[in-house]
Ligand binder design. Sequence first.
Ligand code: RNT
Ligand code: ZN
Length: 416
Amino acid sequence: MKEELILKAYEVAKERYAAIGIDADLAMDALQRVSLSLHCWQADDVSGFESTGALTGGIQSTGNYPGKARNIDELRADLLQAAAYIPGTHRLNLHEIYGDFGGVFVDRDQVEPKHFESWMQWAAQNGMKLDFNSTSFSHPKSGDLTLANPDKGIRDFWIEHTKRCRAIAEEMGKRQADPCIMNLWVHDGSKDITVNRMYYRDLLKQSLDEIFAVDYPHMRDCVESKVFGIGLESYTVGSNDFYIAYGATRQKIVTLDTGHFHPTESVADKLSSLLLFIPEVMLHVSRPVRWDSDHVTIMNDDTLDLCKEIVRCNALDRVHIGLDYFDGSINRIGAYVIGSRATQKCMLQALLEPLDTLRRYEADGQYFQRLALLEEAKSLPWNAVWDMFCLKNNVPVGEAFIGEIEKYEREVTSKR
Ligand code: RNT
Ligand code: ZN
């Protein structure tokens, strides 16, 4: 699109927003400060570099689109490619199985910061900060139960793994002078009815307490629940109730994955409750289609509501926004770009909301006026502000990135 047109449209939009008391420049400044944590696992369908084994742990990536990243160099190249089409500065969220193991098998209870040395260097060179995840799935000892396994040997193996992951996250946080957020999600559960619900939860609680016994200054822990996994449909040890209670009593960050709740539950509604009792929230923004399907995030009501709640709770500095989806059926770099830009578009609309006026209406009991302005706000020219934001950040405006990703596919990924 012609730059002149983008500037002209922005000038009109800016005035239109000024008329309702919103400064579009300030909204762009605020959006500039919102970093997404890009999940490394979209580039290769959650394979990682540890082994060539199957993806287990009740999660699944479907689709066989050609060109997935097969090694660390390809993954890095793809991430940079994706980042080039996403305005702003973003973080990279690594899973333990993406370590730089140099072709040697390093078991999960042996992993060390040195296996992430090259990632730390690469991230620094590319202006990205790192977040981290322990990995309980895709391993011979994964089974149905890891940290909640009655077998002490297996439980200790995963406790050791998770402790080591925290030490790695600490090193990352120290090196980047910004806390590394480490997410802990374990798939532990049961395919069929269990008569030991409390027993496993008690084991998980004890394992977590042991893992978190050491306090680290440069990393933050977050714990992620879910409803069920594939093959683990009847019971999940780390349920939502479990982790909310755990997070609230231990002051840990709770991760809300938008795919991990019953379909009619509003994840956005959870923020204001959690933020009153826990220090921060981590989000895994995804798009569940009928179930926790991990489709690519789009600009839908769920994502919009979530971003609006972050802003309405005045919690931009207390909510970390990570993406978590894995679609292997389309161009994987395109998937990153679509989901990231969609999340940012939602955040921009949230930042452009005439909140003061809406709140005044509400305080005065002017409910018709509140609803009318909420409706009108939906069609204000936020998209002109978005185009301007992309232009300012030197990334393709509008659909121009489609052609660029096609080119990278032609020249690089299709040759893999
Ligand atoms: C699984 C969880 C978890 C994973 C990643 C790969 O249901 O959402 O966050 O997606 O750890
Ligand atoms: Zn998740």
